[in-house]
Ligand binder design. Structure first.
Ligand code: PGA
Length: 250
């Protein structure tokens, strides 16, 4: 595991954009695993800026998002499909048909999960998976539980996640209670994993996930089992973990 510390949020976004840009230059047809939430927004802005400057070409890139709320169609303003269109896809030259997100309105969510896993396989797997981290240690919507789910699955959101995400909805009761998410196993299959964390509020869970025991009750702890994980944290989020893991000079 490599820890890269930047002074602030803008710094981690630029470093994450450097890593994504290097991958796209190395392999223009790479497969990127993408995430939603507040943390990746600055990375997406940096990628859009680099595209507008002519430094990035997304025409052959394919993307798979981690998760989608159940019950929200892609044109719902709080769906993750809508989020990705507004925050990235509408602003770069990625073909719509190269962007994959589970359907939140599939009649049979279990079948949708199997379809999604098969699609990831058929594209050759994910080259870089981007992750944020929830205050309870969730990655994607893999919430604390007594086991690590392997593949994509239907999950019930933790109460703390519903409360945290209610900031994007008119009221807490409007937050969907279920989601489809890639499993911990799907995430571990990615060739490289990039986890971004910003702010003091993430310091404790980041440290616990990366230096504590590997347990499904702290889902991000499973990342300790992957051989190519880069943690990109700003000074505030890194304040505890850097006492235990030496930051890289990069
Ligand atoms: P955030 O969410 O980026 O909005 O903090 C992270 C997460 O819940 O995975």
């Amino acid at each position: 595991m490599k820890l890269i510390v930047a002074p602030d949020y803008a710094g981690i976004c630029e470093k994450a954009a450097d890593i994504f840009a290097a991958e796209i230059h190395r392999n223009p047809a790479c497969v990127l695993g993408l995430a939603t939430g507040s943390t990746p927004v600055g990375l997406y802005q940096a990628l859009i800026r680099r595209y507008q400057e002519g430094a990035l070409d997304f025409s052959k890139v394919q993307t798979f998002n981690l998760d989608e709320y159940c019950g929200l169609a892609g044109d719902h303003p709080q769906s993750y499909r809508y989020f990705m269109q507004k925050n990235l896809f509408d602003h770069v030259n990625i073909p719509l048909e190269h962007t994959y997100i589970p359907s939140g309105i599939a009649d049979d969510p279990e079948q949708e999960c199997r379809r999604y896993d098969a699609l990831i396989e058929s594209c050759g797997g994910i080259d870089i998976q981007l992750l944020g981290i929830g205050h309870n240690g969730h990655i994607g919507f893999n919430e604390p539980d007594d086991h690590f789910p392997v593949g994509s699955h239907l999950t019930r959101l933790a109460e703390s996640t519903i409360q945290a995400n209610s900031r994007f909805f008119a009221s807490e009761s409007e937050v969907p209670t279920h989601a489809i998410t890639m499993g911990a196993g799907s995430i571990l299959k990615a060739k490289k994993i990039l986890l971004m964390a910003s702010g003091e509020g993430k310091a404790e869970i980041l440290c616990r996930s990366m230096t504590g025991p590997v347990t499904p009750f702290v889902p991000a702890s499973v990342l300790q089992l992957h051989r190519d994980v880069v943690i990109l944290a700003d000074e505030a989020a890194a304040s505890l973990i850097r006492k235990q893991i030496q930051p890289s000079d990069e």
